[in-house]
Design a protein around this ligand. Structure first.
Ligand code: 9D3
Length: 270
């Protein structure tokens, strides 16, 4: 039987989008990133929906106060819990049946990895809470957030960029956003945290300012190119991110190549 619009075939059905609600005191911060690249395409293609929510809309005082001084003293200000809880309550009640994650971006969170991005990409609705100043009242982390996430061990002035990072990492995983599904399939070994770093890439010109492209890449010998890339990837990983090698199971071929690299460098093995 032919498929029709009312009963679309499984292949043609548009999956429900992942909905991100970003709660922030800087909504304008997001205007340009939503209009570029993966987020622009994901929104246009219906794979992702991004709603930017101004935290000050969920305050109840004349001055739209979102922060207060820390109990116990000390510098800086802390985000009050009430506006954040009210924002979540209001937004949840608009779709009470939905399951959701509430992700607090914070330097105290567990690290964002490819595995976390993949986990989030299987959710239907994700609230992203970004704070400023010294952070949020801990009761938000304890009683409202389902996840507390950091994007790395460095100090940012706030969680907005981190929220954008989470959205980009997740959105590129949604079917049809990248177009080139091959790139996504390669993540499992080329991405960090699982496997090793990517090999170097070159494009034209074959010689630039006296620096030639490695001969083997021009040879047309696909097996040699594959081996060269694997060796380069292993060497780069060993030099820049030895922690990744410690957590990766290497094939016999890889282990042998790595040994050769280490011997050539006159460096002791890991
Ligand atoms: C002096 C102690 N600091 C904690 C390490 C204070 C502090 C630093 C940065 C309090 C808040 C912030 C704001 N940062 C974020 O909201 C944030 C963040 C980050 O700073 N680094 C990595 N990932 C993230 S996600 C959110």
């Amino acid at each position: 039987m032919a498929h029709c619009a009312a009963f679309p075939s499984p292949e043609s059905r548009i999956p429900s989008p992942v909905i991100f609600d970003v709660i922030t005191i800087f909504p304008e911060f997001f205007s340009s990133i939503l209009e570029h690249g993966v987020l622009k395409r994901g929104r246009a293609g219906g794979q992702v929906e991004i709603r930017i929510r101004d935290l000050r809309n969920y305050t109840d005082d004349r001055h739209h106060t979102v922060d207060d001084r820390p109990f116990g003293g000390g510098p800086g200000m802390v985000f009050k819990p009430e506006p954040i809880f009210r924002a979540l309550e209001t937004l949840k009640s608009e779709a009470p049946e939905e399951e959701f994650r509430v992700v607090l971006l914070s330097p105290q969170g567990r690290l964002l990895t490819q595995a976390v991005a993949e986990e989030f990409s299987r959710e239907r609705r994700i609230f992203l809470l970004s704070a400023r100043y010294e952070g949020v009242d801990e009761r938000v982390a304890e009683h409202l957030a389902t996840d507390e996430i950091s994007i790395g061990d460095y100090v940012l002035p706030g969680g907005e960029l981190a929220a954008a990072v989470v959205m980009e990492a997740v959105t590129r995983l949604l079917p049809g956003v990248l177009g080139n599904e091959e790139s996504r399939a390669q993540d499992s070994f080329a991405g960090t945290a699982r496997g090793i770093l990517d090999c170097p890439h070159y494009t034209r010109p074959a010689e630039f300012q006296g620096w030639p492209v490695p001969e083997v890449l021009l040879s047309g010998n696909h097996e040699e190119v594959r081996r060269w890339r694997r060796r380069q990837a292993l060497e780069k990983t060993w030099r820049q991110r030895p922690d990744l090698l410690a957590n990766t199971h290497l094939s016999q071929e890889d282990a042998k190549i790595l040994e050769e690299i280490q011997q050539a460098a006159h460096k002791p093995k890991l």
